[in-house]
Design a binder for this molecule. Structure first.
Ligand code: FMN
Length: 362
């Protein structure tokens, strides 16, 4: 099954393996344009059924880390066009992951020095990387966020829509909206952070209002079947508080996305256990609610582990992260049960070609 195709009315994937979105910090922070190294990295991984790009900030203020290639202007779109051309020339398909980091950010990352954007004024007790003295990367605590005004919220929706439009110009096959891992859209969902008393706080529908406005605006640009939405049930990354009612929250969103005919719902299991548990109720509940391509991610390292969840019918596609960093030919390796190269954590965000484009194929 893992090596069977999957398609909807807009896109056909030759196998069920997706490369999970992974930030690698290889661009120059000043222009955030994808460079030759980034083109080569994605070209090497084009045998994935679908590549989901690293998180791509939709505006300067959306940036939360140093050196992330972005997508808010024509120069950045032209850089990504080189990436998509390289992937397509190697018979691949690639979505752009559209990203707003929200409070997981620092004013030093923003050209105009603007404070991080928050659902509320609660800062994130976590760290980020900013440009330091002599061009050295410095690790610092995230900055004090400002709660977004209603006008700014409308601006965020417009930024996502603009980035989606640029993504189509750049030749991407679709986009994923990053609604997971404690970034802006996830911050709105979280009742422990969202203390708003306007239309974006309070009820579940209000807390998901921004995400669904983004989904509608992005789908209007690219077509719903070319849209993926990422969620991380039970996730606590980036100083999040686990959702108090996950079995109500995530199936509710899945039904909303299903009604809109969205192409893919991408579920990331941070703890890498419940998604592998046939007896756990989350994936079956999402499967009932969402009839598009359901993607499962977190801790998949063997073809057998992927096949097990596909065979249960609890997912249609498997997204694989860290093994893809170290194995550009991961599909071929899984197909023949070949050993996998080990990833080097120290080069995840280090810049340069080492630990990026130099992992060997079989
Ligand atoms: C270096 C690195 C960068 C990541 N960056 C992102 C990102 O930009 N967007 C995102 O949604 N998830 C990101 N993730 C999470 C991965 O997409 C994936 O969910 C996680 O690594 C678990 O999958 P795995 O067990 O196959 O590695 C990142 C993970 C790693 C290791």
């Amino acid at each position: 099954m893992l090596f069977d195709s999957h398609s909807n009315s807009a896109i056909a994937l030759p196998n069920r393996i997706a490369m999970a979105p992974m930030t690698r910090c290889r661009a120059d922070h000043r222009d955030a344009v994808p460079n030759d190294m980034i083109v080569e990295y994605y070209r090497q991984r084009a045998s994935a059924g679908l590549i989901i790009s690293e998180g791509v900030p939709v505006s300067d203020r959306a940036r939360g880390y140093i050196n992330t290639p972005a997508l808010w202007n024509d120069a950045q779109a032209a850089g990504w066009r080189r990436v998509s051309d390289a992937v397509h020339s190697a018979d691949g398909r690639i979505f752009a992951q559209l990203w707003h980091c929200g409070r997981v950010a620092h004013a030093a990352l923003h050209v105009d020095g603007s404070a991080p954007a928050g659902v509320s004024k609660k800062p994130a007790a976590t760290q980020t990387m900013i440009p330091g003295q002599d061009g050295k990367i410095t690790q610092v605590a995230c900055g004090q966020p400002q709660a977004l005004s209603l006008t700014e919220i409308r601006g965020v929706v417009a930024e996502f829509a603009h980035a989606a439009k640029l993504a189509m110009q750049a030749g991407f096959d679709g986009v994923e909206i990053h609604g997971a891992n404690g970034y802006l859209l996830d911050q709105f969902r979280c009742p422990a952070l969202n203390n708003r008393n306007d239309a974006y706080g309070g009820s579940l529908a209000n807390r998901y209002r921004l995400l669904l406005e983004v989904v509608d605006a992005v789908a209007a640009e690219v077509g719903p079947q070319r849209v993926a939405v990422r969620q991380s049930p039970y996730g606590v990354a980036n100083d999040m508080v686990a959702d108090p009612e996950p079995m109500a929250t995530y199936p509710w969103l899945a039904r909303e996305l299903n009604q809109r005919g969205i192409g893919f719902l991408h579920i990331y299991c941070q703890s890498a256990d419940w998604i592998h548990d046939a007896g756990h109720s989350m994936m079956p509940a999402l499967r009932d609610a969402f009839h598009g391509g359901l993607i499962a991610c977190g801790g998949f390292k063997t073809a057998d582990a992927c096949e097990a969840i596909l065979a249960r019918g609890h997912a249609d596609l498997i997204a694989i992260g860290k093994p893809y960093i170290a194995n550009p030919d991961l599909v071929e390796r899984l197909r023949c049960n070949a050993p996998l190269n080990k990833w080097d954590v120290n080069s995840f965000y280090a810049g340069g070609a080492t630990g990026y484009t130099d992992y060997p194929t079989l």
